[in-house]
Design a protein around this ligand. Structure first.
Ligand code: C5P
Length: 217
């Protein structure tokens, strides 16, 4: 039997950094589902599709060849790992990911990628929708200010030109859309372990999760 670990939570809660480290420690495959929604958004912007044209965006989601390779993401053969983190994509991604058809298509792809493997998958609906039978479900959260601070620092190291205030507004806006959409909104799975990371270092969070997993395996 394979082991599935779901990590959900709002933007900037440290999910991806923690999930990556955890996957490395356990020698599991890391799957960043947010990167997949970002890739579709990137392609829609490139093709100048109006984001209210849901069918066109669903077509993009269906035909896009998305390959996740560790921390890298390839779309139709092109490495777009950096492009998808830029503000243009971050601002629009929640509008794309609230389209039910897009979710249906990406959820299918995500389940397929996870099939037959031990995985650590991070996102918003992993424990509730994508992998409801996951043996371990975590919901990471932190105060809005702390999440904005972390995301701001991360963007600064990548030389992205944004202000702290812009980052705070962007993640607040994304959280609102992600939590209020009709299809698989961001919410805590009943059987998930909630961890507030506001006052914890990345290492402490990884250790916490690792210990829970080791005990439960
Ligand atoms: O994880 P990340 O912040 O990169 O995700 C970007 C966006 O993708 C989220 O704000 C959300 O709109 C969407 N998303 C989602 N479901 C997931 C993962 C991400 O709706 N499982």
């Amino acid at each position: 039997m394979t082991v599935k670990i779901a990590i959900d939570g709002p933007a900037g809660a440290g999910k991806s950094t923690v999930a990556k480290k955890l996957a490395k420690l356990l020698n599991y495959t890391y799957i960043d589902t947010g990167a997949m929604y970002r890739a579709i958004t990137y392609k829609a912007i490139q093709e100048k599709v109006n984001l209210i044209e849901e069918n066109k965006i669903a077509d993009i989601a269906q035909s896009a060849d998305i390959i996740l390779e560790g921390e890298k993401i390839f779309l139709d053969g092109k490495d777009i790992s950096e492009e998808i983190r830029k503000p243009g994509v971050s601002e629009k991604v929640s509008l794309v990911s609230k389209i039910p058809k897009v979710r249906e298509i990406l959820v299918q792809k995500q389940r397929k990628i996870a099939e037959g493997k031990n995985v650590v998958m991070d996102g918003r609906d992993i424990g509730t929708v994508v992998l409801p039978d996951a043996q371990f479900k975590f919901f990471l959260t932190a105060s809005l200010e702390e999440r904005a601070k972390r995301r701001y620092r991360e963007l600064k190291t990548k030389n992205v030109n944004v202000s702290y205030y812009e980052v705070l507004k962007e993640i607040e806006n994304r959280d609102t859309i992600d939590s209020q959409r009709d299809t698989s909104p961001l919410k805590i799975a009943e059987d998930s372990i909630v961890i507030d990371t506001t006052y914890l270092s990345e290492e402490e969070v990884v250790e916490k999760l690792y210990n829970i997993i080791k005990e439960g395996l």
